[in-house]
Design a protein around this ligand. Structure first.
Ligand code: PEP
Ligand code: MN
Length: 248
């Protein structure tokens, strides 16, 4: 299968192994800047959520527009490209203006108006698999973006729900490999959300690189225990750097 690569500034996803890192949520300029500054040399793309899809309405929902602006500021200061989630069709324009890549999260994988809007934006899109979706359904979702003339799609396996509950989700590693062989899109994994366990990031990174996947997305927080979301799965910058130093 002829493979697409997705260019984001000087980065080309699908060529070499891409590492996306950063906090689950943008909590303040200081938190994002300090985290990004420490891991900058070992990431290709900085992540950080401003619009957060949370299971409970009582949980931190993100800084929204203020967060997107912080992301842009930090990106410019450190000269690093960014990816961030967009949850609403009405926010696609705003997020496209401030970020280099749009993330469509697991919960919105089948939000067809959002997929179309992301397609129309012509921005690179990181499309995450819903935890209850088949690979075929993920590919159909990608088809909505493609149909609008946007080929800049990267797919992400982030764990599915099975009977197994020792970890947060079940990482469908074989599924990710199958997807990579049976689609033209680069495929990455998100071991942070898949496992909910920071101890498993290092071996899963090594496994994904050895298996020839196109990259990983990993959560990193300046002080994980104080994080406003996903505290147990985020690495400290020091832990992150120990795992990822020299990955290129
Ligand atoms: C995220 O990456 O910030 C996220 C919310 O992940 P997912 O959509 O896979 O749950
Ligand atoms: Mn998270």
């Amino acid at each position: 299968m002829n493979k697409n690569t997705v260019k984001i500034k000087e980065i080309e996803i699908g060529k070499g192994f891409c590492v996306i890192g950063g906090p689950c949520a943008i909590e303040s300029e200081k938190q994002l800047f300090e985290t990004a500054k420490k891991i900058k040399d070992n990431i290709d793309i900085l992540r950080g959520g401003a619009f957060k899809p949370r299971t409970s309405p009582e949980s931190f929902q993100g800084l929204k527009e203020k967060g997107i602006k912080i992301l842009k500021k930090v990106s410019e200061k450190l000269n690093i490209p960014t990816v961030t989630e967009v949850m609403n069709t009405s926010d696609v324009e705003l997020v496209s203006k401030y970020a280099d890549m749009l993330q469509i999260g697991a919960r919105n994988m089948q939000n067809y108006p959002l997929l179309c809007e992301a397609g129309k934006s012509k921005k690179p899109v990181l499309l995450k698999r819903h935890f209850g979706a088949k690979i075929k359904e993920l590919l159909s979702a990608a088809g909505y973006i493609l149909k609008e003339g946007n080929e800049k799609i990267v797919l992400c396996e982030r764990g599915i729900r099975t009977f197994e509950d020792s970890l947060r989700f079940t990482l469908d590693f074989a599924g990710a490999l199958f997807l990579q062989r049976n689609s033209k899109f680069p495929v990455i994994i998100d071991p942070s959300h898949a496992t909910g366990n920071s101890d498993l990031i290092s071996p899963l990174f090594k496994a994904s690189k050895a298996a020839g996947l196109d990259g990983v997305m990993v959560e990193v927080h300046i002080a994980p225990r104080e994080a406003k979301s996903d505290a147990s799965q985020q690495l400290t910058p020091e832990q992150f750097n120990n795992i990822f130093k020299g990955h290129q």
